[in-house]
Design a binder for this molecule. Structure first.
Ligand SMILES: N[C@@H](CCC(=O)N[C@@H](CSC=O)C(=O)NCC(=O)O)C(=O)O
Length: 282
């Protein structure tokens, strides 16, 4: 069951925030949804929007400038939180790049995170099942996009289950988390010290192994303060070349890591999803 906490009419449709008990995280989770007016006459495809470190279920919907575009294209948007919260685990709230607000969209295997920090299965299975039961959403196709840590999440979840995810795109993703400080910290603590376990949640490793069956779109700002140290889009590009993945990587001169960058390219990304979702067989 979901509890709807607030509803707002927006661009002819409805923006809402909901809460529910999650069996994956064992906590109460919140998510936001935007349902365009067009859903009054037919079920619409959903694009799941994964935000980055320190964000909540509100950040993308408030800051990305996506709702006007989604209303025009007839796409439902769903934005979840970036981790479970309020568990009282040691260290859960100590760092902005680990623990609460930094779930990394994976399934933790290490104590004390295992059993709760299961954002991978939450986004892949539990949330779509809930959304498809309660919103006027198509269940035959799904899109996923994300920013930074959320870009990593979108790329990894789509590549791990290409039969479940029709379309994927990312803004400034953490492209090769096994090799950068944010990813190594998260993977060591959530998955343990063995890099073999990390590989299953690393977009560049997965892409090198097997191409996703449809084109992947990425935008990366070239004035991004995290570009060299944390994001490394060149790893994704090399992996795509190795597996034959069709990867459209746009290097956007002068743009930083912020939501001003996302606002500037959200229309291109949602149009990519609309194209992919429309051509998927019904
Ligand atoms: N607190 C940090 C900055 C955190 C930050 O920049 N978060 C990004 C995502 S980074 C990768 O996942 C973000 O989207 N923040 C929300 C926003 O509204 O911009 C610091 O102090 O450097």
């Amino acid at each position: 069951m979901i509890e709807t906490l607030e509803r707002h009419r927006c661009f002819g449709g409805e923006l809402a925030f909901h809460a529910h008990d999650s069996s994956e995280t064992g906590t109460r989770m919140r998510f936001g949804s935007f349902v365009p007016e067009a859903a009054a006459t037919r079920p619409l495809p959903v694009v799941y929007c994964l935000a980055g470190l320190t964000c909540t279920q509100e950040t993308f919907l408030i800051k990305a400038g996506a709702l006007r575009v989604a209303a025009r294209l007839g796409l439902i948007l769903v934005a979840c939180d970036t981790s479970p919260r309020g568990l009282g685990l040691p260290g859960e709230d100590s760092d902005w790049d680990f623990g609460a607000g930094a779930g990394f969209y994976l399934d933790a295997t290490q104590a004390p995170w295992a059993g709760h920090y299961r954002m991978g299965s939450y986004v892949d299975r539990e949330l779509p099942a809930l959304v498809e039961r309660h919103l006027p959403a198509r269940s035959d196709v799904r899109g996923i996009l994300g920013h930074s840590m959320g870009g990593h999440g979108a790329l990894v979840l789509a590549q791990r289950a290409p039969e479940r995810w029709t379309s994927v795109s990312a803004f400034a993703p953490i492209s090769h988390p096994s090799e950068v400080p944010w990813g190594r910290k998260a993977f060591t603590n959530y998955l343990g010290p063995d890099p073999a376990a990390w590989a299953e949640w690393d977009a560049s490793v997965l892409m090198r192994r097997r191409a996703f069956p449809r084109p992947i779109l990425v935008h990366q700002g070239m004035a991004d303060q995290f570009l060299a140290a944390q994001l490394q889009p060149q790893a994704l590009e090399a992996a795509a070349a190795a597996s034959g993945q069709v990867l459209e990587l746009h290097r956007c001169e002068g743009y930083d890591h912020s939501y001003w960058f996302i606002q500037s390219y959200i229309e291109a990304q949602l149009e990519h999803h609309a194209r992919q979702l429309a051509i998927a067989p019904l």
